[in-house]
Design a protein around this ligand. Structure first.
Ligand SMILES: C[S@@+](CC[C@H](N)C(=O)[O-])C[C@H]1O[C@@H](n2cnc3c(N)ncnc32)[C@H](O)[C@@H]1O
Length: 217
């Protein structure tokens, strides 16, 4: 999978998340799954918290030959929304960008084929999750680092298509096993598809699908 060109100015870097090891681990997970992703012939792909747009753009570039695929990115940070749009255009793909809190205004049900989320996962006080400063949105994850990501868990099976896949980046402190069992209760099966230890962080990419519909190895 080609790595997109991402150009963020010093001004943008004050609030927009610069592509980092976690972003690239998610891209690596998608690259390893490219055949699986092509097989499900995605029509709608959605990234929650797109930041610079590096991940959704990489996916759009890789799936370019599916002309019918639509790529949607959501971020709460208006600067990140602009950066995502620019990154997609700089790399000659189209991503529709929405400034929005998580999945608040997504009304489509059962039709999203690929969902990506590299959330703010650092364990912090809850006050830091509520802090209005946009840069806090890039990392502050509250208790166990799960307080932002957990807000979308119950919506994922509602919006995901039957053959769809959900990719979630987490760290050890988030307790990946706890997250896998939380999704099991939502009738979704998941597993770790990628992991990497880097600079004191143990990163994982978890992949989920609707249980029994399309369990894949
Ligand atoms: C760790 S960064 C990941 C950025 C990008 N996806 C990447 O992998 O490089 C988390 C992103 O989630 C966004 N975010 C945080 N809270 C959000 C919320 N409530 N709704 C939408 N986006 C949110 C942040 O603004 C930030 O861009």
């Amino acid at each position: 999978m080609e790595t997109p060109i991402v150009k963020l100015s010093d001004e943008e870097l004050k609030t927009v998340y610069e592509p980092s090891e976690d972003s690239y681990l998610l891209i690596d997970a998608l690259e390893a799954d490219l055949e699986v992703l092509e097989a499900i012939k995605p029509v709608i792909c959605l990234e929650i918290g797109s930041g610079s747009g590096v991940v959704i753009t990489a996916l759009a570039m890789a799936l370019k030959r599916y002309h019918s695929a639509h790529f949607i990115a959501v971020d709460i940070n208006p600067d990140a929304c602009k950066a995502t749009r620019k990154t997609s255009l700089d790399n000659s793909v189209v991503v529709n960008v929405l400034q929005m809190n998580l999945l608040d205004c997504i009304r489509i049900r059962g039709q999203v084929d690929v969902i990506l989320f590299n959330p703010p996962y650092v364990a912090t006080e809850y006050e830091e999750v509520l802090d209005d400063r946009l840069v806090f949105k890039t990392w502050a994850g509250g208790k166990h680092g799960r307080q932002v990501m957990e807000q979308v868990f119950s919506t994922i099976p509602e919006i995901l298509s039957d053959a769809g896949l959900f990719y979630l980046v987490v760290i050890k402190e988030n307790d990946p096993e706890y997250i896998l069992s939380a999704f099991q209760k939502l009738n979704m099966s998941g597993r770790i598809v990628c992991e990497r230890k880097v600079r004191g962080e143990h990163l994982y990419v978890l992949r989920f699908c609707k249980a029994k519909v399309n369990e894949i190895s």
